[in-house]
Design a protein around this ligand. Structure first.
Ligand code: DSN
Length: 435
Protein backbone atom coordinates (compact mmCIF):
# COMPACT_ATOMS: atom_id res chain seq x y z
CA UNK A 1 0.00 0.00 0.00
CA UNK A 2 1.64 3.22 -1.09
CA UNK A 3 -0.89 5.82 0.03
CA UNK A 4 1.31 8.07 2.14
CA UNK A 5 -1.38 9.35 4.48
CA UNK A 6 -0.95 6.28 6.69
CA UNK A 7 2.06 4.13 7.36
CA UNK A 8 1.96 0.62 5.94
CA UNK A 9 2.52 -0.80 9.41
CA UNK A 10 -0.42 1.12 10.86
CA UNK A 11 -2.75 0.08 8.04
CA UNK A 12 -1.68 -3.50 8.30
CA UNK A 13 -2.42 -3.39 11.99
CA UNK A 14 -5.87 -1.86 11.46
CA UNK A 15 -6.75 -4.44 8.83
CA UNK A 16 -6.00 -7.19 11.35
CA UNK A 17 -7.60 -5.58 14.40
CA UNK A 18 -10.76 -4.11 12.80
CA UNK A 19 -11.42 -5.25 9.28
CA UNK A 20 -14.86 -3.61 9.15
CA UNK A 21 -13.48 -0.12 9.78
CA UNK A 22 -10.52 -0.87 7.53
CA UNK A 23 -12.84 -1.79 4.67
CA UNK A 24 -15.01 1.28 5.15
CA UNK A 25 -11.87 3.42 5.08
CA UNK A 26 -10.65 1.84 1.85
CA UNK A 27 -14.05 2.29 0.21
CA UNK A 28 -14.30 5.90 1.35
CA UNK A 29 -10.88 6.62 -0.14
CA UNK A 30 -12.04 5.08 -3.41
CA UNK A 31 -15.25 7.14 -3.31
CA UNK A 32 -13.40 10.37 -2.66
CA UNK A 33 -10.85 9.81 -5.41
CA UNK A 34 -12.92 8.14 -8.15
CA UNK A 35 -15.77 10.59 -7.78
CA UNK A 36 -15.79 14.34 -7.37
CA UNK A 37 -16.84 16.33 -4.31
CA UNK A 38 -18.80 19.42 -5.23
CA UNK A 39 -20.26 20.14 -1.78
CA UNK A 40 -18.99 23.70 -1.30
CA UNK A 41 -18.13 23.26 2.37
CA UNK A 42 -15.89 20.28 1.60
CA UNK A 43 -12.46 20.12 0.10
CA UNK A 44 -9.32 18.05 0.17
CA UNK A 45 -6.91 19.26 2.86
CA UNK A 46 -3.22 19.94 2.45
CA UNK A 47 -1.58 16.49 2.71
CA UNK A 48 0.36 17.62 5.80
CA UNK A 49 -2.98 17.84 7.63
CA UNK A 50 -3.56 14.05 7.55
CA UNK A 51 -0.15 13.51 9.08
CA UNK A 52 -0.57 16.00 11.93
CA UNK A 53 -4.06 14.72 12.75
CA UNK A 54 -2.55 11.29 13.23
CA UNK A 55 0.32 12.63 15.34
CA UNK A 56 1.21 12.35 19.04
CA UNK A 57 -0.28 15.81 19.66
CA UNK A 58 -3.53 13.82 19.81
CA UNK A 59 -2.34 12.49 23.18
CA UNK A 60 -1.92 15.76 25.04
CA UNK A 61 -4.23 17.56 27.42
CA UNK A 62 -3.56 21.30 27.37
CA UNK A 63 -6.42 23.12 29.16
CA UNK A 64 -5.66 26.80 29.26
CA UNK A 65 -3.63 28.91 26.86
CA UNK A 66 0.09 29.11 26.01
CA UNK A 67 2.12 30.04 29.10
CA UNK A 68 -0.88 29.41 31.38
CA UNK A 69 -2.01 25.79 31.28
CA UNK A 70 -3.47 23.50 33.88
CA UNK A 71 -1.34 20.46 32.92
CA UNK A 72 2.42 19.93 32.69
CA UNK A 73 4.45 18.99 29.62
CA UNK A 74 3.42 21.93 27.47
CA UNK A 75 6.73 22.98 25.89
CA UNK A 76 5.69 21.75 22.43
CA UNK A 77 1.96 22.45 22.59
CA UNK A 78 2.74 26.07 23.48
CA UNK A 79 4.95 26.33 20.39
CA UNK A 80 2.23 25.12 18.03
CA UNK A 81 -0.59 27.13 19.55
CA UNK A 82 1.49 30.33 19.56
CA UNK A 83 2.42 29.75 15.93
CA UNK A 84 -1.22 29.11 15.02
CA UNK A 85 -2.38 32.28 16.79
CA UNK A 86 0.38 34.46 15.32
CA UNK A 87 -0.14 33.14 11.81
CA UNK A 88 -3.91 33.63 12.08
CA UNK A 89 -3.51 37.24 13.25
CA UNK A 90 -1.05 38.07 10.45
CA UNK A 91 -3.09 36.39 7.73
CA UNK A 92 -6.43 37.95 8.64
CA UNK A 93 -5.06 41.27 9.91
CA UNK A 94 -6.67 40.71 13.31
CA UNK A 95 -5.56 41.89 16.75
CA UNK A 96 -6.35 38.60 18.50
CA UNK A 97 -6.94 34.97 17.54
CA UNK A 98 -8.33 31.99 19.42
CA UNK A 99 -7.63 28.72 17.59
CA UNK A 100 -9.20 26.32 20.10
CA UNK A 101 -12.86 26.00 18.98
CA UNK A 102 -13.49 22.36 18.15
CA UNK A 103 -15.68 23.22 15.18
CA UNK A 104 -18.05 25.79 13.69
CA UNK A 105 -21.09 25.68 15.98
CA UNK A 106 -19.17 25.80 19.29
CA UNK A 107 -17.04 28.56 17.76
CA UNK A 108 -20.06 30.77 17.12
CA UNK A 109 -21.67 29.82 20.43
CA UNK A 110 -18.49 30.89 22.24
CA UNK A 111 -18.81 34.33 20.62
CA UNK A 112 -22.44 34.71 21.70
CA UNK A 113 -21.72 33.67 25.29
CA UNK A 114 -18.54 35.73 25.43
CA UNK A 115 -20.01 39.02 24.27
CA UNK A 116 -23.72 38.83 25.18
CA UNK A 117 -26.13 38.04 27.98
CA UNK A 118 -28.93 35.45 27.75
CA UNK A 119 -32.01 37.04 26.23
CA UNK A 120 -30.03 39.52 24.11
CA UNK A 121 -31.09 40.02 20.51
CA UNK A 122 -28.92 38.85 17.60
CA UNK A 123 -29.66 39.84 13.99
CA UNK A 124 -28.58 37.31 11.35
CA UNK A 125 -29.50 36.13 7.88
CA UNK A 126 -32.64 34.03 7.37
CA UNK A 127 -31.61 30.38 6.88
CA UNK A 128 -33.52 29.75 3.68
CA UNK A 129 -31.85 32.83 2.18
CA UNK A 130 -28.39 31.41 2.90
CA UNK A 131 -27.89 31.81 6.67
CA UNK A 132 -26.54 29.10 8.96
CA UNK A 133 -28.07 26.96 11.70
CA UNK A 134 -25.65 28.38 14.27
CA UNK A 135 -27.00 31.87 13.59
CA UNK A 136 -29.98 30.94 15.68
CA UNK A 137 -32.31 28.73 13.69
CA UNK A 138 -35.31 27.90 15.91
CA UNK A 139 -34.31 24.21 16.11
CA UNK A 140 -30.98 25.04 17.81
CA UNK A 141 -30.28 25.31 21.52
CA UNK A 142 -28.97 28.84 20.99
CA UNK A 143 -32.47 29.93 19.98
CA UNK A 144 -33.64 28.97 23.50
CA UNK A 145 -31.08 31.33 25.01
CA UNK A 146 -30.83 34.33 22.71
CA UNK A 147 -33.49 36.21 20.79
CA UNK A 148 -32.67 35.82 17.09
CA UNK A 149 -34.18 38.11 14.50
CA UNK A 150 -33.53 37.97 10.75
CA UNK A 151 -32.85 39.90 7.61
CA UNK A 152 -33.53 38.45 4.19
CA UNK A 153 -32.12 38.81 0.71
CA UNK A 154 -33.95 40.23 -2.26
CA UNK A 155 -35.41 37.84 -4.81
CA UNK A 156 -34.32 37.25 -7.56
CA UNK A 157 -30.78 38.68 -7.45
CA UNK A 158 -29.97 37.94 -3.80
CA UNK A 159 -28.79 41.45 -2.96
CA UNK A 160 -29.27 42.62 0.61
CA UNK A 161 -31.28 45.83 0.91
CA UNK A 162 -29.35 47.71 3.60
CA UNK A 163 -32.22 50.14 4.22
CA UNK A 164 -34.37 47.18 5.18
CA UNK A 165 -31.63 45.78 7.43
CA UNK A 166 -31.25 49.17 9.12
CA UNK A 167 -35.01 49.35 9.63
CA UNK A 168 -35.05 45.87 11.27
CA UNK A 169 -32.05 46.80 13.40
CA UNK A 170 -33.74 50.02 14.59
CA UNK A 171 -36.93 48.09 15.43
CA UNK A 172 -35.30 45.12 17.18
CA UNK A 173 -32.20 46.75 18.75
CA UNK A 174 -29.78 43.82 18.36
CA UNK A 175 -26.68 43.62 20.55
CA UNK A 176 -24.93 41.69 17.77
CA UNK A 177 -25.32 41.71 13.99
CA UNK A 178 -23.98 38.78 11.96
CA UNK A 179 -22.82 38.84 8.34
CA UNK A 180 -22.39 35.26 7.29
CA UNK A 181 -23.90 32.35 5.52
CA UNK A 182 -23.53 28.81 4.35
CA UNK A 183 -25.39 28.99 1.05
CA UNK A 184 -25.31 32.60 -0.12
CA UNK A 185 -23.48 33.14 -3.42
CA UNK A 186 -23.14 36.94 -3.17
CA UNK A 187 -20.50 39.19 -1.58
CA UNK A 188 -21.51 41.21 1.49
CA UNK A 189 -21.30 44.99 1.71
CA UNK A 190 -19.23 44.92 4.91
CA UNK A 191 -18.84 48.70 5.02
CA UNK A 192 -22.63 49.07 4.81
CA UNK A 193 -23.12 46.63 7.71
CA UNK A 194 -20.50 48.52 9.77
CA UNK A 195 -22.58 51.69 9.37
CA UNK A 196 -25.75 49.88 10.46
CA UNK A 197 -24.04 48.41 13.53
CA UNK A 198 -22.73 51.87 14.44
CA UNK A 199 -26.16 53.42 13.94
CA UNK A 200 -27.79 51.05 16.44
CA UNK A 201 -24.82 50.50 18.78
CA UNK A 202 -24.47 46.79 17.98
CA UNK A 203 -21.37 44.62 17.90
CA UNK A 204 -20.57 43.30 14.44
CA UNK A 205 -19.52 39.76 13.59
CA UNK A 206 -18.71 38.03 10.32
CA UNK A 207 -18.93 34.25 10.07
CA UNK A 208 -16.77 33.56 7.01
CA UNK A 209 -16.52 29.81 7.53
CA UNK A 210 -17.05 29.12 3.83
CA UNK A 211 -14.75 31.90 2.68
CA UNK A 212 -11.80 31.70 5.09
CA UNK A 213 -9.31 30.35 2.54
CA UNK A 214 -10.45 32.83 -0.11
CA UNK A 215 -10.15 35.77 2.29
CA UNK A 216 -6.74 34.57 3.48
CA UNK A 217 -5.64 34.70 -0.15
CA UNK A 218 -7.12 38.21 -0.55
CA UNK A 219 -9.36 36.85 -3.30
CA UNK A 220 -12.40 38.12 -1.37
CA UNK A 221 -12.84 41.08 0.98
CA UNK A 222 -11.69 40.67 4.59
CA UNK A 223 -14.29 41.87 7.14
CA UNK A 224 -11.49 42.71 9.61
CA UNK A 225 -10.44 45.48 7.19
CA UNK A 226 -13.89 47.04 7.76
CA UNK A 227 -13.58 47.28 11.53
CA UNK A 228 -15.57 44.17 12.44
CA UNK A 229 -15.46 43.27 16.13
CA UNK A 230 -15.27 39.54 15.54
CA UNK A 231 -14.74 37.17 12.63
CA UNK A 232 -15.17 33.41 12.85
CA UNK A 233 -14.13 30.77 10.36
CA UNK A 234 -13.99 27.05 10.31
CA UNK A 235 -10.64 25.68 9.21
CA UNK A 236 -11.66 22.72 7.06
CA UNK A 237 -13.42 24.40 4.15
CA UNK A 238 -11.58 26.69 1.69
CA UNK A 239 -8.76 26.95 4.23
CA UNK A 240 -7.96 23.28 3.50
CA UNK A 241 -7.09 22.46 7.10
CA UNK A 242 -8.37 20.01 9.70
CA UNK A 243 -11.92 20.25 11.02
CA UNK A 244 -11.91 23.07 13.55
CA UNK A 245 -12.73 26.71 14.16
CA UNK A 246 -11.01 30.03 14.81
CA UNK A 247 -12.18 33.29 16.32
CA UNK A 248 -10.44 36.50 15.24
CA UNK A 249 -11.30 39.67 17.12
CA UNK A 250 -10.32 43.11 18.29
CA UNK A 251 -8.06 43.21 21.33
CA UNK A 252 -10.88 44.72 23.36
CA UNK A 253 -12.81 41.43 23.08
CA UNK A 254 -9.84 39.07 23.51
CA UNK A 255 -10.25 38.29 27.20
CA UNK A 256 -14.02 37.73 26.93
CA UNK A 257 -13.63 35.46 23.88
CA UNK A 258 -10.81 33.41 25.40
CA UNK A 259 -12.73 32.90 28.65
CA UNK A 260 -15.82 31.91 26.73
CA UNK A 261 -13.99 29.25 24.69
CA UNK A 262 -12.14 27.90 27.74
CA UNK A 263 -13.39 27.29 30.38
CA UNK A 264 -16.80 28.51 29.19
CA UNK A 265 -17.48 26.09 26.33
CA UNK A 266 -14.71 23.52 26.18
CA UNK A 267 -12.16 21.59 28.17
CA UNK A 268 -8.97 20.31 26.58
CA UNK A 269 -8.22 21.77 23.17
CA UNK A 270 -7.50 19.27 20.40
CA UNK A 271 -3.78 19.86 20.05
CA UNK A 272 -3.36 17.61 16.99
CA UNK A 273 -6.04 19.76 15.32
CA UNK A 274 -4.24 22.97 16.39
CA UNK A 275 -0.93 21.64 15.02
CA UNK A 276 -2.63 21.01 11.69
CA UNK A 277 -4.28 24.46 11.79
CA UNK A 278 -0.86 26.07 12.37
CA UNK A 279 0.64 24.36 9.33
CA UNK A 280 -2.46 25.12 7.25
CA UNK A 281 -2.09 28.82 8.06
CA UNK A 282 1.50 28.74 6.83
CA UNK A 283 0.50 26.99 3.61
CA UNK A 284 -2.37 29.36 2.80
CA UNK A 285 0.04 32.30 2.94
CA UNK A 286 1.83 31.02 -0.18
CA UNK A 287 1.50 32.17 -3.77
CA UNK A 288 0.26 28.75 -4.81
CA UNK A 289 -2.70 29.04 -2.42
CA UNK A 290 -3.43 32.52 -3.77
CA UNK A 291 -3.52 31.06 -7.29
CA UNK A 292 -5.78 28.26 -6.01
CA UNK A 293 -8.22 30.79 -4.50
CA UNK A 294 -8.44 32.75 -7.74
CA UNK A 295 -9.10 29.54 -9.65
CA UNK A 296 -11.84 28.53 -7.18
CA UNK A 297 -13.68 31.75 -8.03
CA UNK A 298 -13.09 31.39 -11.79
CA UNK A 299 -14.32 27.80 -11.69
CA UNK A 300 -17.46 28.79 -9.78
CA UNK A 301 -18.18 31.49 -12.37
CA UNK A 302 -17.85 28.90 -15.13
CA UNK A 303 -20.12 26.47 -13.32
CA UNK A 304 -22.76 29.19 -12.95
CA UNK A 305 -22.55 30.44 -16.52
CA UNK A 306 -22.59 26.94 -18.01
CA UNK A 307 -25.64 26.03 -15.94
CA UNK A 308 -27.39 29.24 -16.99
CA UNK A 309 -26.56 28.54 -20.63
CA UNK A 310 -28.08 25.06 -20.16
CA UNK A 311 -31.35 26.56 -18.90
CA UNK A 312 -30.90 25.69 -15.21
CA UNK A 313 -32.41 27.97 -12.55
CA UNK A 314 -29.44 29.40 -10.65
CA UNK A 315 -30.60 31.02 -7.39
CA UNK A 316 -29.66 34.76 -7.40
CA UNK A 317 -28.70 34.40 -11.08
CA UNK A 318 -25.01 33.69 -10.52
CA UNK A 319 -22.22 33.68 -7.97
CA UNK A 320 -19.55 35.97 -6.59
CA UNK A 321 -17.87 33.35 -4.46
CA UNK A 322 -17.20 29.60 -4.60
CA UNK A 323 -20.76 28.26 -4.39
CA UNK A 324 -24.02 27.98 -6.28
CA UNK A 325 -27.56 26.94 -5.49
CA UNK A 326 -29.81 25.52 -8.21
CA UNK A 327 -33.57 25.46 -7.90
CA UNK A 328 -34.14 21.96 -9.24
CA UNK A 329 -37.87 22.06 -8.49
CA UNK A 330 -38.50 24.90 -10.93
CA UNK A 331 -35.63 24.04 -13.27
CA UNK A 332 -36.06 20.29 -13.65
CA UNK A 333 -39.28 19.41 -11.83
CA UNK A 334 -37.45 17.42 -9.13
CA UNK A 335 -36.75 18.16 -5.47
CA UNK A 336 -33.21 18.45 -4.15
CA UNK A 337 -33.16 15.00 -2.56
CA UNK A 338 -33.90 13.38 -5.94
CA UNK A 339 -31.31 15.57 -7.65
CA UNK A 340 -28.71 14.75 -4.99
CA UNK A 341 -29.37 11.02 -5.38
CA UNK A 342 -29.17 11.14 -9.18
CA UNK A 343 -25.87 13.02 -9.05
CA UNK A 344 -24.52 10.58 -6.44
CA UNK A 345 -25.05 7.87 -9.04
CA UNK A 346 -22.91 9.80 -11.50
CA UNK A 347 -20.06 10.01 -8.98
CA UNK A 348 -20.71 13.70 -8.31
CA UNK A 349 -21.45 14.60 -4.70
CA UNK A 350 -23.62 17.64 -3.93
CA UNK A 351 -26.09 18.39 -1.16
CA UNK A 352 -29.81 19.06 -1.18
CA UNK A 353 -30.47 22.64 -0.12
CA UNK A 354 -33.27 25.03 0.69
CA UNK A 355 -33.94 27.99 -1.59
CA UNK A 356 -35.10 31.47 -0.46
CA UNK A 357 -38.58 31.23 1.10
CA UNK A 358 -38.43 27.45 0.72
CA UNK A 359 -41.91 25.95 0.48
CA UNK A 360 -40.81 22.33 1.22
CA UNK A 361 -39.43 20.62 4.34
CA UNK A 362 -35.59 20.71 4.66
CA UNK A 363 -35.20 16.98 3.99
CA UNK A 364 -37.00 17.37 0.65
CA UNK A 365 -36.10 20.92 -0.33
CA UNK A 366 -36.31 22.61 -3.72
CA UNK A 367 -32.64 22.84 -4.55
CA UNK A 368 -29.09 21.59 -4.50
CA UNK A 369 -25.93 23.41 -3.48
CA UNK A 370 -22.47 22.90 -4.84
CA UNK A 371 -19.19 24.65 -5.39
CA UNK A 372 -15.69 24.51 -6.79
CA UNK A 373 -13.19 24.21 -3.88
CA UNK A 374 -12.52 20.45 -3.96
CA UNK A 375 -12.42 20.10 -7.74
CA UNK A 376 -9.97 23.01 -7.89
CA UNK A 377 -7.61 21.31 -5.41
CA UNK A 378 -7.35 18.48 -7.94
CA UNK A 379 -6.17 20.96 -10.58
CA UNK A 380 -9.44 21.06 -12.50
CA UNK A 381 -10.05 24.26 -14.45
CA UNK A 382 -12.80 25.84 -16.47
CA UNK A 383 -12.77 23.16 -19.20
CA UNK A 384 -13.41 20.47 -16.58
CA UNK A 385 -16.19 22.57 -14.98
CA UNK A 386 -17.95 22.57 -18.34
CA UNK A 387 -17.64 18.77 -18.57
CA UNK A 388 -19.03 18.40 -15.05
CA UNK A 389 -21.99 20.66 -15.84
CA UNK A 390 -22.74 18.64 -18.97
CA UNK A 391 -22.78 15.46 -16.89
CA UNK A 392 -24.95 17.06 -14.21
CA UNK A 393 -27.43 18.54 -16.67
CA UNK A 394 -27.87 15.15 -18.35
CA UNK A 395 -28.52 13.51 -14.97
CA UNK A 396 -30.89 16.22 -13.73
CA UNK A 397 -32.95 16.04 -16.92
CA UNK A 398 -33.33 12.25 -16.65
CA UNK A 399 -32.76 11.38 -12.98
CA UNK A 400 -34.33 7.91 -13.02
CA UNK A 401 -32.49 6.60 -16.07
CA UNK A 402 -30.12 4.09 -14.44
CA UNK A 403 -28.36 3.23 -17.69
CA UNK A 404 -27.63 6.86 -18.41
CA UNK A 405 -26.50 7.52 -14.84
CA UNK A 406 -24.06 4.65 -14.86
CA UNK A 407 -22.57 5.71 -18.18
CA UNK A 408 -22.20 9.25 -16.77
CA UNK A 409 -20.45 7.73 -13.78
CA UNK A 410 -17.84 6.25 -16.09
CA UNK A 411 -17.26 9.70 -17.58
CA UNK A 412 -16.79 11.17 -14.09
CA UNK A 413 -14.39 8.39 -13.17
CA UNK A 414 -12.33 8.91 -16.35
CA UNK A 415 -12.14 12.66 -15.65
CA UNK A 416 -11.14 12.12 -12.01
CA UNK A 417 -8.40 9.71 -13.00
CA UNK A 418 -6.68 12.56 -14.82
CA UNK A 419 -6.79 14.75 -11.70
CA UNK A 420 -5.51 12.82 -8.69
CA UNK A 421 -6.12 14.24 -5.21
CA UNK A 422 -2.91 15.71 -3.71
CA UNK A 423 -1.64 13.25 -1.12
CA UNK A 424 -3.91 10.48 -2.36
CA UNK A 425 -2.34 10.00 -5.79
CA UNK A 426 -1.92 6.28 -5.48
CA UNK A 427 -4.92 5.64 -3.32
CA UNK A 428 -7.31 4.08 -5.78
CA UNK A 429 -5.14 1.22 -6.92
CA UNK A 430 -3.83 0.63 -3.41
CA UNK A 431 -7.29 0.60 -1.82
CA UNK A 432 -8.75 -1.59 -4.54
CA UNK A 433 -6.15 -4.22 -3.93
CA UNK A 434 -6.67 -4.04 -0.16
CA UNK A 435 -10.46 -3.72 0.02
N1 DSN B 1 -22.35 22.15 7.32
C1 DSN B 1 -21.63 23.27 6.77
C2 DSN B 1 -22.01 23.53 5.37
O1 DSN B 1 -22.19 22.55 4.67
O2 DSN B 1 -22.12 24.66 4.94
C3 DSN B 1 -21.73 24.48 7.59
O3 DSN B 1 -21.65 24.17 8.91
Amino acid sequence: MSNFTYSTVALDRLQKSDSEIFNALMHEEIRQTEGIELIPSETYPFPEVYMLLGSVFNNKYAEGYPGRRYYGGQENTDVIENLARDRAKALFRAEHANVQPLSGCPMNEAVYFGLLQPGDTILGMELSHGGHLSHGHPVTNMAKIFNFVRYRTEIPDGRIDLDKVLHIARETKPKLIICGHSSYPREYDYAGFRKIADAVGALLMADVSHLGGLIAADALKNPMDFGFDVMTTTTHKTLRGPRGGMILCKKAHAAAIDKSVFPGMQGGPHMHQIAAIATTLKLVATDSHKAYARQVLANAQTLAQTFLDGGAHVVTGGTENHLLVLNTATGFGITGDIAEHALDQTGITVNRNVVPDEPNPPFRPSGIRFGSPAATVRGMGEAEMKILVRIMLAALRDPKNETLLSSLREETRALCEQFPVPGLESVTAACRSAA
